[in-house]
Design a binder for this molecule. Structure first.
Ligand SMILES: Nc1ncnc2c1ncn2[C@@H]1O[C@H](COP(=O)(O)OP(=O)(O)OP(=O)(O)O)[C@@H](O)[C@H]1O
Ligand SMILES: [Mg+2]
Length: 365
């Protein structure tokens, strides 16, 4: 996939503009606080309907303005297409080729992978950070997963309400319970399959780019115990068993105590958990390898090259790692958007970012 151009209005500190991009490397250079992350965020937001650094949409609207919009035209292996998102303080509207569509149909159309300094959170943060990240990634390539997750979260809320109100003897409860188990096991199964596939690629990428003497793996950690090579019926069975064993406690506490919303994803470097044992540099390298692996997963599943966004590469990696990354990306046929405070050794379309204005660097010189 390739983003041809973007238009945005009232996005963070950016001055309204229309920018045409290179099919390969696009580099945004500028001092701190000028808008480099914001332009990458605008691209990401336009592609996914979400920000990569906040869940509060209102933060994206320029100070003292009450609405914001972004429009991209892009092409995939078939044709040229467009996506737009408009937002005010109350609602968000999504369009595809000029026609309004719901978010469910919007998400996953333009595949994009981002790497930002805050992503280190994926290792150091709480399990919910990892769950929402992997949920988003699986949903990007699997629309059934997206729907299952949405429905599961609805049922989870209802189930919790029944438990809180001690209404579990109501005949409807057992209907919700069956749905809870059915959707929960489908989600767990998709996550196990995803982890199994990406784990192999993750290790290869880590060894190729950063350290060929270490083994990196990703493990799905479930409250159901070891789940390798398991089928969906067996997961259902385990969930039912778990339900029986914790039901009294659930009624006591008034909410669900098992299911995929309790599970976690662990990064293991040489079989030790990265969160507790890996150095800062290793953690960054693990996450970068993860992002490259996501790219590989999207290519495998969708047969399309996703867009890759890298924020603040210069402050993230030392020069050896940075050079390895750039060397690697030069060999990949993907469109890349990078921000940096210093110039990089790549053949790129360069933009200078200065107080929210984005200038074509070559024209400036
Ligand atoms: N909604 C908003 N409206 C206007 N300005 C905003 C908004 N949100 C953030 N800003 C400001 O936009 C500026 C640019 O922020 P941004 O994070 O894009 O900078 P940056 O170039 O990536 O800097 P750094 O190199 O430090 O990461 C900051 O001064 C920030 O305070
Ligand atoms: Mg920044």
């Amino acid at each position: 996939m390739e983003i041809l151009e973007i238009n945005y209005v009232n996005f963070r500190n950016l001055k309204d503009r229309n920018i045409k991009f290179s099919p390969r490397f696009n580099l945004f250079l500028g001092k701190n606080g000028q808008g480099k992350t914001s332009i990458l965020e605008a691209i990401y937001f336009n592609a996914t309907g979400k920000s990569f650094r906040t869940s509060k949409n209102g933060e994206l609207i320029q100070y003292n303005k009450n609405k914001m919009g972004a429009f991209v035209s892009y092409k995939d292996s078939v044709t040229e297409k467009s996506l737009s998102v408009k937002m005010d303080n109350k609602r968000k509207e999504y369009s595809y080729n000029g026609k309004r569509i719901p978010f469910d149909n919007f998400y996953g159309k333009l595949n994009i992978v981002s790497f930002i300094p805050e992503d280190i959170n994926l290792i150091t943060g709480s399990p919910s950070v990892r769950r929402s990240f992997f949920d988003g990634e699986i949903a990007q390539i699997n629309s059934e997963y997206f729907q299952n997750l949405k429905n599961y979260n609805k049922i989870l809320k209802i189930r919790n309400k029944y438990l809180k109100e001690r209404n579990h003897k109501d005949p409807m409860f057992s209907i919700y319970q069956d749905e809870f188990i059915r959707l929960g096991s489908a989600i767990i199964k998709s996550r196990i399959d995803y982890v199994k596939n990406i784990s192999i690629i993750l290790n290869l990428n880590y060894r190729k780019l950063f350290d060929d003497k270490k083994e990196l793996s990703l493990k799905y950690e479930s409250s159901l115990g070891e789940l390798k090579n398991i089928d969906i019926l067996k997961i259902q069975e385990l969930l039912k068993k778990k339900s029986d064993s914790v039901f009294h406690q659930e009624i006591k506490y008034g909410f669900s105590l098992f299911g995929p919303q309790k599970d976690d994803f662990l990064f293991l470097l040489n079989e030790r958990e990265a969160k507790s044992y890996s150095s800062q540099g290793e953690k960054k390298s693990i996450i970068f390898s993860l992002k490259l692996s996501e790219i590989d997963m999207i290519i495998k599943e969708r047969r399309e090259n996703p867009i890759f966004i890298i924020d603040d590469i210069s402050s993230y990696f030392d020069s050896i790692r940075k050079n390895n990354i750039i060397k690697y990306l030069k060999h990949r046929e993907i469109q890349v958007f990078i921000s940096s405070t210093g110039d990089l050794d790549i053949d790129s379309k360069n933009f200078q970012v200065d107080k929210g204005e984005i200038y074509d660097w070559n024209k400036q010189c």
